[in-house]
Write a protein that binds this ligand. Structure first.
Ligand code: SR1
Ligand code: MG
Length: 406
């Protein structure tokens, strides 16, 4: 009998006795089944089910390399970060993350609520599905988790203790490389470019000195601005949705960084979905909903941020007249920059998004990528100009008009 007192990577069969030994979620006599369902880049994800009782849970286990490649050596500490951040986010943004049942620091597992009645947002967007509450839920999540973990709200020594607790060097290094370096240099020779856009990217991304200079500034801001406990990977693969529910998952990249990193990731990934819809002539209603969701994600964030600021800010100097708007403007500037950086890295870098890679025709994919990259450059080069949802959307739509294929 396995006792789970020392770490090993489990297979699906071993997860069943693990769950029985470590939790009392299922009846002792229950007949359980287990499947490995992970399709992420880093970890192993198992769903354990008691069909008869209609109960299930998720076991997520971290290995010491990335699931997709042994090239990424990673501390299993990321599953501690994920478990603890999910619990904290659950307190700050109730109902918007899965419940955590157990964190096991020996087996490096997080046992949590099964959300199999939800769909991954990216998959749902690629199917053209509409989620009316999405912008409202995501902006509540971001305002609550970001503003409430920042220095303007938290007692400063408590905040610094969180900075220390969530220091996340290996996963930050992945973003430093994949988001902030390689898409501009390909110095590790692993960028994966769509062949028909290779020359265009070499000229317009690698070859743009001003863009690379701005990217360099942003890299060091990402590494040094310990502003709030960010999710750190808030793309549409990190959100589960159903009609009336939104759940943010996978905060293993969490660390103290710039608030705009999360908001920019949300906007960029909605823009991928819009670009796909644009080049494939998707249903108009769907595109309109996406446009509204992009504008609302910026504007609702700003509105809720200012309201929450009034209610929650404790720092004496942060209460100075006008400081709230000034601070928000810096967050929006970072948001624009990160929107651009995320759009660039998912096309010119190693890690891709299905929204674009699954576009069926070469011409459509070439156009979608160029729409995103042209908009992205505007966001990075002129980040301070964009303060409203309408302005963010205009950049994207203007870029689409300049690459008109209709
Ligand atoms: C090796 S990890 C590649 C990407 O997957 C994660 O979800 C992050 O976005 C990371 O950049
Ligand atoms: Mg992830």
């Amino acid at each position: 009998m396995i006792n789970f007192n020392s770490y090993f990577l489990m297979n699906a069969e071993e997860v069943i006795p693990y769950v029985k030994a470590k939790t009392d979620f299922f009846d002792n006599e229950a007949s359980l089944s287990c499947d490995e369902i992970g399709d992420g880049n880093l970890n192993y994800v198992f769903r354990v089910r008691d069909e008869q009782a209609g109960k299930s849970l998720i076991v997520k286990q971290a290995g010491d390399t990335a699931r997709i490649s042994d090239e990424f050596k990673l501390s299993t500490n990321r599953i501690r970060i994920e478990s603890n951040v999910l619990r904290l986010e659950g307190e700050l943004a109730p109902g918007l993350v899965p419940d955590v049942y157990l964190y096991d620091d020996v087996m490096n597992c997080c046992v949590m609520e099964d959300l199999s009645d939800h769909t991954i947002l990216r998959t749902a967007l690629n199917e053209g599905r509409i989620f009316p509450k999405l912008a409202d839920d995501l902006t509540t999540f971001m305002v609550n988790t970001l503003l409430l973990t920042s220095d303007v709200v938290m007692e400063h020594k408590a905040k610094k203790a969180l900075v220390q607790d969530y220091i996340n060097p290996e996963l930050c290094e992945i973003s430093e490389d994949l988001v902030y370096s390689e898409p501009f240099t390909d110095h590790n020779s692993r960028n994966d470019l769509f062949p028909s856009n290779k020359d265009w990217i070499e000229e317009n991304i690698y070859g743009d000195d001003q863009l690379r200079f701005e990217a360099a500034k942003l890299k060091f801001a990402f590494m040094t601005n310990a502003q709030a406990l960010v999710h750190g990977d808030l793309h549409s693969g990190s959100v589960f949705v159903k009609e009336d529910s939104t759940k943010v998952i996978d905060p293993e990249f969490a660390f103290y960084g710039p608030m705009g990193y999360d908001i920019g990731n949300v906007i960029a990934n909605l823009m991928f979905a819009w670009s796909r819809a644009y080049v494939t002539n998707a249903d108009e209603k769907y595109s309109e909903w996406l446009e509204q969701t992009i504008t609302d994600s910026v504007d609702l964030f700003s509105e809720k941020f200012l309201v929450s600021w009034k209610e929650n800010v404790t720092d004496i100097m942060a209460k100075e007249q006008g400081f709230d708007r000034w601070y928000l403007d810096t967050v929006l500037q970072d948001t624009a920059s990160v929107t651009g950086m995320e759009m660039i890295r998912r096309i010119a870098g190693l890690a891709k998004v299905k929204d674009l890679t699954s576009i069926a025709t070469e011409e459509q994919r070439v156009t979608a990528e160029r729409i995103c990259l042209t908009a992205a450059k505007q966001f990075v080069l002129n980040a301070a100009e964009y303060k409203t949802g309408k302005q963010f959307l205009e950049v994207l739509k203007n870029s689409a008009s300049s690459h008109n294929m209709r």
